[in-house]
Design a binder for this molecule. Sequence first.
Ligand SMILES: [Zn+2]
Length: 260
Amino acid sequence: MSAARIVFLMYHELELAGRKLCQSEPGYVRYILPLETFREQMSWLKESGWRGLNVSEALRYPPEPSVCITFDDGCETDLIAAAPVLREFGFNATFYLTAGFLGTPGYLNASQVRDLDAEGFQIGCHSMTHPYLSDLREPDLKRETVDAKLLIEAILGHAIEHFSCPGGRYDPRTLQMARQAGFVTVANSRFYSNSVRTSPYELGRVAVLRGLTLERFSKICRGGGLWKQRLQHRVRHTAQRLLGNAGYDHLRAIMLGKKQ
Ligand SMILES: [Zn+2]
């Protein structure tokens, strides 16, 4: 019926003046936006008549111009920085939490998770310990999906439905385990927009990277230029397959380090 395509945006920790980031390596910081940049993006969306939706809302694929807003990792800035901005503009979002990081320095604690939930934002799961799921044997995979889901649900006191893959890595086993765990959707970080025809277990997401101009951001929201990023992804994916995840990360760290 509706031919709506929706881009799912992927955010991480936000940078606040005087607050130390959870991690400092270049490969991590690349995904971190200063709070002001995030606010500018949300402000642009609002002024341009866009809506900001959580995953459940986005899956209804409304015909009005909309983006889905998601955050990975469960950093404390979800509550203290992102949530107030989202509220200001009347947007919702899905926050995927790494269950095993909760309560550690820089990440949300249980009571902050409940606050985020009570404010009406959607809580999802981003594994237990943030490994590449495609590298894991079955018992570990179970812990990262089933146990992580139960832990977050125990904090919230209600069920959660949405999962996102750490580092975007997944394979058919991963998706099957997530389904068995009771997740209704799985989001990755592949560069495509989603529509009613997209499998809910392979929702594409576009990473919003540090240094992105507002012009590029608006283009991404319209789904423009994603083919170029898909092509880059394919090159990276081939390198990952050839080198293995560990070898690839090593190479990437060297290359990003040199760029600094
Ligand atoms: Zn992550």
